[in-house]
Ligand binder design. Structure first.
Ligand SMILES: *[C@@H]1O[C@H](CO)[C@@H](O)[C@H](O)[C@H]1NC(C)=O
Ligand SMILES: *[C@@H]1O[C@H](CO)[C@@H](O)[C@H](O)[C@H]1NC(C)=O
Ligand SMILES: *[C@@H]1O[C@H](CO)[C@@H](O)[C@H](O)[C@H]1NC(C)=O
Ligand SMILES: *[C@@H]1O[C@H](CO)[C@@H](O)[C@H](O)[C@H]1NC(C)=O
Length: 394
């Protein structure tokens, strides 16, 4: 609060200073540009190097003022944190700073969130075959017990509960899958998939891509429109401010530390459970599966997430649901195009319908963005298997 009131005075002094010294020598347009540039530089400097805030000293007095031992994300500096927030951040920072135990045989956990049987199980079987010991499969079926055709899926059903579209039970099912998969210490990376997802790369590629990167693939962007920030309500304060609210695809992949953080979080989860749901006051709808994790990770470990989802989906038709691929749509070229995309688009839902295209950069170099894709009709499986069995493809 104090800080915000102090800056306008500072800027006023700056304006007087610059104005009185430079005006006589410069023509008017040049003078305005110079003035604006100087103000910008000072504002950026103020943002990057905020003056020490008295509140952060009193909250973390045991660590000493200005100590770098306990770095908080920038958002934390603008107001005093509540007890629950401080406690939550302590736990989260401890987990993040703790280097994950490298097991001898690291595995990728594939978490299938489905209503019933998995239509692409035969395709997944081909994907997994020959890589035993490098993956584990978990199935959460919310409606009916699946009939498995692949031995990789038999006996992999976990305890499940009904899931409502857009309801918090969706996020609860995701957490249930993560919890079961975390029981195996060899699982180092966790991928959430639906019954309509397929792999677009071979197993080796997926395994190396996920285990050699140190980020989680959590999709996260600002959508100023009604299906983004329009879903935010003030009841989320003080913990979740509108400026921190994010949107992103539900289909994540995450590192082990991040999965543990999700288990440890009850503060933010509870906020979203109560204040981001369908049929809120004023006929507003919010879908926690599209906002909780993007917002949570952007607030607490922004550098630890890639901001795109490794599961491709085609929203370019601008409809309520994404494009679904039928058997007749599946060609070598279509699948290859998806696999080699190296920029990820984000569509806003405001009147401008902007699309922001970001290159997929990992460890300083541009990479292909997608390892999986949705949505596919079950009838597409035979054609996909045909393409997949040709080793030159994908
Ligand atoms: C990142 O790039 C550096 C240099 O190119 C390389 O040594 C390192 O192994 C890479 N790290 C990962 C995780 O790929
Ligand atoms: C990931 O690795 C890159 C380069 O190796 C490094 O610059 C970056 O800080 C790391 N990020 C995290 C979250 O550890
Ligand atoms: C993801 O976005 C956040 C801001 O929302 C940014 O701080 C972070 O650096 C981005 N991550 C990567 C890997 O670019
Ligand atoms: C592999 O591709 C060739 C040419 O594209 C095709 O003729 C053949 O049927 C494919 N193999 C399988 C097993 O589908």
């Amino acid at each position: 609060m104090k800080k915000e009131r102090a800056w306008p005075q500072f800027i006023r002094n700056l304006l007087i200073m610059v104005g009185s010294r430079s005006r006589p020598q410069l023509r008017r347009p040049t003078w305005i540009i110079v003035l604006l540039s100087i103000v910008c530089v000072f504002l950026i400097a103020a943002y990057v190097y905020p003056p020490p805030s008295p509140s952060s000293c009193s909250v973390f007095s045991s660590h000493g003022c200005g100590s770098s031992a306990f770095e908080l994300p920038p958002a934390a500096h603008t107001r005093e944190l509540t007890d629950a927030e401080v406690q939550s951040r302590v736990v989260i920072n401890e987990i993040l700073n703790y280097y994950p135990v490298q097991t001898k045989k690291p595995k990728v956990a594939f978490l299938f969130l489905t209503p019933g049987s998995l239509p692409f199980e035969k395709l997944w079987h081909m994907f997994f075959q020959g890589h035993e010991g490098k993956f584990s499969v978990y199935v959460h079926s919310s409606k009916e017990k699946p009939i498995h055709v692949s031995p990789f899926f038999v006996g992999r059903d976990i305890h499940s509960e009904p899931v409502g579209w857009g309801k918090i039970s969706m996020v609860e099912a995701e957490r249930r899958l993560l919890a079961h998969a975390l029981l195996d210490p060899d699982n180092q990376h966790f991928v959430l998939l639906s019954e309509s997802c397929i792999p677009v790369r071979r197993f080796e590629f997926v395994y190396n891509y996920l285990l050699l990167t140190n980020v989680s693939f959590i999709d996260s962007y600002v959508d100023p429109g009604p299906h983004g920030n329009g879903r935010y309500i003030e009841h989320m304060l003080p913990e979740v401010e509108k400026k921190d609210f994010r949107k992103g695809s539900q289909w994540f992949s995450m590192k082990r530390q991040h999965a543990i953080i999700v288990m440890a979080d009850s503060l933010y989860f509870t906020k979203f459970k109560h204040h981001c749901r369908p049929n809120m006051e004023g006929n507003r709808n919010c879908y926690a599966d599209e906002h909780y994790l993007p917002t949570f990770f952007t607030m607490l470990d922004p550098g630890g997430i890639a901001n795109w989802s490794i599961t491709y989906v085609d929203w370019s038709e601008g409809k309520w649901h994404p494009r679904s691929f039928r058997a007749r749509d599946i060609t070598y070229q279509v699948m290859k195009n998806i696999a080699y995309i190296d920029e990820s688009p984000h569509f806003t839902s405001d009147a401008k319908r902007t699309v922001v295209i970001t290159p997929c950069v990992l460890n300083g170099s541009k990479r292909s963005c997608y390892l999986f894709a949705r949505k596919f009709f079950p009838e597409a499986q035979d054609k996909l298997i045909q393409l997949y069995s040709n080793s030159t493809i994908f």
